[in-house]
Design a binder for this molecule. Structure first.
Ligand code: GLV
Ligand code: MG
Length: 347
């Protein structure tokens, strides 16, 4: 157990002090790029103007014989590109893989000052976070990195889901967490080969009617329980929950509906693996214009956030004021990045 007075102590002499409040950033989509592909690296600057986060993927989907090329390609891309307001992340290889140690040592050594977040796959428990936390502190100290590199866990094993609360609370270096539905499905022995989204077989059949009428079947969300559990663990620890990948690039509607469920439940963003998903994520994870306007009316009507007022026949009190503030604060952050939306929000 870490005693409270030690929680924010740097884990290596000379490492920067951990954040006490996470940096405020809009991260509606974490856009995955394969850094071993030269053509993609060359377009990284353009991409950074269109997405909130550029992530160099070193893990799954990169073939074993391209792992070193992906790592060195990422370093080259990070050095050559101005990412502007976009975040720069990597997804490193899993801690039990032969590439993990060099991923961290080489990338932090070469471009650690530009790197915002390391996404750590297949996190099983707080021990995985503690290991990377200490290693990062040692490397930050060695390379005079002044701002802590944060850790984002992928929730994609049954054991990880079991330990989600201790993972979320493991370190002040925790940025957030993403659902990894493909690996999680395999780990749980779920019977689906899809990457995220629903399944036509998972649903509820309505009761038998008197007259033998057709019985509608309603598909349910396979990921509801896990997302809810992840959102609670993240919200309680003031870190950010994300939906992960949606693998069927041909079904934008299903992607949008899955992202929207996650957004409504508290997630702040999702992964985008294909350019067509970027607009979807922008649309879903930027709050609705009418919702923002109404939320702003609630905040304005109760300047100190207490008491009760009626707006359009709806009761508002301290709790709805807090709900409204979540929406207005998010809209303000997005408005800072997107003048067109700022105008529509009236901010
Ligand atoms: C993502 O990494 C997943 O396994 O879904
Ligand atoms: Mg995975």
């Amino acid at each position: 157990m870490i005693v409270p007075s030690a929680y924010y102590r740097p884990l290596a002499l000379g490492a920067p002090a951990p954040f006490r409040e996470p940096p405020v950033r809009v991260e509606r989509m974490i856009h995955f790029v394969p850094p071993h592909v030269e053509k993609i690296r060359a377009r990284a600057g353009d991409l950074a103007r269109q997405v909130d986060v550029v992530l160099g993927n070193l893990e799954d989907a990169v073939p074993a014989d391209a792992k070193e090329a992906a790592r060195s390609g990422f370093i080259e891309m990070a050095k050559a590109t101005d990412f502007g307001a976009a975040g720069l992340w990597i997804r490193m290889n899993a801690l039990d893989s032969p590439w993990a140690l060099d991923d961290v040592i080489e990338i932090v050594g070469a471009v650690g000052s530009k790197l915002d977040v390391i996404m750590l796959p297949k996190v099983e428990g707080s021990w995985d976070i503690h290991y990377l936390d200490r290693l990062l502190a040692q490397l930050e100290a060695r390379h005079n990195i002044e701002r802590p590199i944060m850790i984002h866990a992928i929730l994609e094993t049954a054991q990880g889901v079991m330990n989600v609360e201790e993972i979320a609370a493991a370190s002040p270096r925790m940025h957030g967490m993403s659902l990894g539905p493909a690996d999680l499905a395999a780990s749980r022995r779920m019977k689906t080969t899809r990457v995220g989204g629903g399944h036509p077989g998972y649903g509820v059949l309505t009761d038998k009617g008197e007259d033998g009428a057709a019985r509608p079947f309603y598909q349910q969300d396979l990921w509801h329980y896990t997302i809810a559990k992840m959102v609670d663990a993240c919200a309680a620890n003031n870190i950010k929950p994300f939906y992960g990948p949606f693998g069927d690039f041909s079904d934008g509607d299903a992607c949008e509906s899955q992202f929207r469920n996650a957004f409504l439940m508290g997630c702040v963003g999702a992964w985008t693996l294909h350019p067509s998903q970027v607009e979807i994520a922008k649309r879903v994870f930027s709050p609705d214009v009418e919702e923002v306007k109404f939320a702003k009316r609630i905040v304005d009507a109760m300047p100190d956030g207490t008491g009760a007022v009626m707006l359009d026949g709806k009761m508002q009190d301290d709790a709805t004021w807090k709900q409204a503030k979540v929406i207005v604060d998010l809209a303000r952050q997005i408005a800072d990045r997107e003048p067109e939306l700022a105008e529509r929000y009236g901010l």
